[in-house]
Ligand binder design. Structure first.
Ligand code: SF4
Length: 315
């Protein structure tokens, strides 16, 4: 399966071509809302999981196949944490040389305290880390991190990156009902954001299937509270509305699999994205062949990659 997917509609980036530099689900966090299942085990080793040269070749091919599809960004977004790939710097530099589309990196930001990680991101046009917790206790509860990325060091890394980085620094806060949406939790997050000084704070909701079935998006009241407390740079991000692009040039089965491995998608949205003449039974076929699985959240059926571990699904 390829490591380049989409273009996909992104909540924050319009139509975005995704590049995944990491095997599923290689991450130093194990967030309760993760759409990719649980991290088993939680991994904090940086190494060349997929060489940058191979990823750049795939991107070049995908850009050549793009045809008239519109694209706003080229985005490095892992089916795990992209900064764990130790060739991330080569990948960012290679993308800047290969295309004039702006390059974004979506990351949890947990390793920004390491100078070489910050260095690898400096050429990106936008860097989009997460900050869901304002203190170590909420961080443990919500992000369930590897012990090698403690809260204080993570925040120090985010502060340090602000001092070095000249591009768009957009922070994401995933707002979970009954967890980090209380006044107290939001004030704690706001205090850390004061130190980090991102350009924008995006308040997001777990609209794709959270790994833990009890996770619920914050209510309207919780969102309004977050907007009031997190300051004037905060804005609420609505679920993406565009289509997933599976172009005629792609093998639809491979394209769907590549997509749902990084972005579980509702059956309805997937069927609407299949190219004309493509039988929508390919979704059932992927499930029957054991390549994909259905996970149900919020009364919606999402297609996800078979290796993703959701605790309420049979192994
Ligand atoms: S949401 Fe992102 S940071 Fe959290 S566990 Fe999943 S891949 Fe890792």
């Amino acid at each position: 399966m390829g490591n380049v997917f989409g273009p996909v509609p992104s909540r924050r980036l319009g139509q975005s071509l995704g590049i995944d530099p990491i095997p599923i689900k290689t991450c130093n966090w194990n967030c309760v809302y993760c759409q990719l299942g649980r991290s088993r085990p939680v991994v904090n080793e940086r190494r060349v999981y997929i060489p940058a040269a191979q990823l750049l070749e795939e991107v070049e091919q995908a850009l050549n196949n793009l045809g008239t599809e519109e694209l706003d960004w080229v985005t490095i977004v892992g089916s795990g944490e992209p900064t764990l790939n130790s060739e991330l710097g080569e990948l960012v530099a290679g993308l800047k040389a290969l295309t004039s589309y702006p390059v974004a990196v979506i990351t949890n930001g947990a390793l920004f305290f390491e100078p070489e990680v910050r260095q690898s991101l400096l050429a990106a046009d936008a860097v989009m880390p997460s900050l869901d917790a304002g203190d170590a206790e909420m961080y443990r509860k919500l992000n369930r991190p590897h012990p090698g990325v403690p809260f204080d060091k993570v925040v120090e890394g985010l502060v340090q990156f602000r001092e070095e980085y000249k591009g768009k620094y957009w922070m994401e806060v995933m707002l979970i009902d009954g967890l980090n949406d209380s006044e107290e939790s939001l004030h704690a997050i706001a205090a850390q954001l004061e130190r980090i000084k991102p350009d924008v704070v995006h308040i997001s909701l777990p609209t794709r299937p959270p790994v833990e079935p009890w996770v619920k998006p914050a209510s309207d009241e919780g969102i309004l509270r977050a907007l009031a407390i997190l300051g004037r740079t905060a804005e609420a991000i609505h679920p993406e509305a565009g289509r997933f692009v599976i172009s005629a040039g792609q093998d639809p089965t491979e394209a769907v699999l590549a997509l749902v491995t990084r972005h579980p998608v509702s059956e309805e949205q997937l069927r609407a994205s299949l190219p004309e003449g493509c039988p929508d039974c390919i979704l059932e076929q992927l499930v029957a062949e054991g390549k994909a699985r259905i996970v149900e959240r919020y009364g919606t059926r999402f297609l996800t990659a078979a290796p993703s571990y959701f605790p309420d699904l049979a192994p």
